[in-house]
Design a protein around this ligand. Structure first.
Ligand code: ADP
Length: 288
C-alpha cells in the first residue's frame, strides 16, 4: 500500500496558495510532514482525510482514488485532528462504543474491539472516566484509539504532541511507532523532534511547496560539512545575520549559539558541527 500525491494545489478564496503543486510518495511506516505554522500541513491533511477539496491534482491510496471515492477513503482512514473539539462528559468506553457504531462495527464485535483499543492505548484502567476529565496525554491516546477503530490503512495525525509534557510525549511516541509498522501513518508537526524520533521518511513543506522529501538521514547527509557554530553575544546577532547565512540560534546558559550554513569554513572562530534535523529544516526554509 502506498499513498501517491501528484501535483496537488489549493488556493483559498482569500488568495492564499496553501498547496502548490505538491507531489509525494508515502510508503507504509511513519511519515513526517514537517513545516512551520502556516506551511499548508493542515490543508494537506484535511484534503487527504476528504474533509476539503483540492483545486487540482490527484491522490491515490493503493487503488482508491482519494479525491473522488471519498467513502472508500473514509473506510480506510483513521484521523486524529489537531483540535478534537469538545471533549464529551461520557466515559471513554461509552464514547468509543458510540464511535464504533458510527464506523459500522457490528454489535457482536463492538465490545471486544473497544476493549482491545482501550488496552492498546493504555487507558483500560481509566475507561470509566469521562474523556473531559483526561489529561492532555490521555486525550491524545484516546484520540489514537478512536482513530484506530475499524483497522485503518491510513492514519493521519495532525500536530499530536502540542501541549504534552515530556513523559506524555514519550508514551505517545511509543504508541505511534508500534502502530506505524504495518500501516501508513502521517504525522504532521512543526516540532523537528517528533520527526527525528519516529519517522523513516519525511517531507519538509513551506508556503505550500515541498522543499525536501526523503529519509531524514539523506537530508542530514546533504548538510554534512556545511554547518558551523559559534557562541556570540546577544548584541552581535544582527551583525552576524547580515554577514552569514544564520540558520538558527539557541540560547545555551544564556548565551546565543548560532549555526550558519556555508560550503567552506567561515573562519572567525566558527567551529564545524554535526548537522541536526533542525539545521536541515531551517536551511531548507531559508534557501527557498
Ligand atoms: P499549517 O497546518 O501548516 O499551519 P494551514 O494548512 O493551516 O497550515 O494553512 C496554510 C495557509 O492557508 C495559511 O496561510 C493559512 O492562513 C491559510 N488558510 C488555512 N485555512 C484557510 C481558510 N479556510 N481560508 C483561508 N485561508 C486559509
Amino acid at each position: 500500500m502506498q499513498l501517491t500525491i501528484r501535483n496537488l494545489s489549493k488556493t483559498y478564496s482569500n488568495g492564499v496558495k496553501a498547496l502548490q503543486d505538491v507531489s509525494l510518495d508515502i510508503p507504509t511506516g511513519m511519515y513526517g510532514l514537517l513545516g512551520p505554522n502556516g506551511a499548508g500541513k493542515s490543508t494537506l491533511m484535511r484534503t487527504l482525510a476528504t474533509l476539503q477539496e483540492a483545486d487540482s491534482g490527484s491522490v491515490t491510496l493503493g487503488d482508491i482514488d482519494v479525491l473522488r471515492d471519498k467513502d472508500a477513503v473514509r473506510r480506510a482512514l483513521g484521523y486524529l485532528p489537531q483540535e478534537f473539539g469538545i471533549y464529551p462528559r461520557i466515559s471513554a468506553v461509552d464514547m468509543l462504543d458510540h464511535l464504533a457504531t458510527l464506523k459500522g462495527i457490528p454489535g457482536s464485535q463492538r465490545k471486544e474491539v473497544v476493549s482491545a483499543l482501550l488496552k492498546r492505548v493504555n487507558l483500560w484502567d481509566h475507561r470509566k472516566k469521562a474523556v473531559s476529565s483526561y489529561s492532555g496525554g490521555m486525550r491524545q491516546r484516546f484520540g489514537i484509539a478512536q482513530a484506530l477503530i475499524g483497522d485503518p490503512k491510513l492514519i493521519i495525525v495532525d500536530e499530536p504532541t502540542a501541549g504534552l509534557d515530556p513523559g506524555e510525549r514519550n508514551r505517545f511516541y511509543n504508541l505511534l511507532s508500534e502502530i506505524g509498522e504495518n500501516v501508513i501513518v502521517i504525522l504532521s508537526t512543526h516540532i523537528v523532534e517528533d520527526v527525528k524520533e519516529l519517522c523513516s521518511n519525511m517531507a519538509i513543506i513551506n508556503g505550500g511547496r515541498v522543499l525536501f522529501a526523503g529519509a531524514p538521514d539523506a537530508a542530514l547527509q546533504e548538510m554534512e560539512g556545511k554547518i558551523w557554530e559559534k557562541a556570540i553575544q546577544k548584541s552581535e546577532i544582527d551583525e552576524y545575520q547580515q554577514q552569514y547565512k544564520v540558520i538558527s540560534s539557541k540560547l545555551v546558559a544564556g548565551k546565543p549559539i548560532i549555526h550558519v550554513l556555508s560550503d567552506e569554513a567561515p573562519g572567525n572562530g566558527f567551529k564545524a558541527t554535526e548537522a541536526g534535523l533542525e539545521d536541515v529544516f531551517f536551511a531548507k526554509i531559508i534557501a527557498a
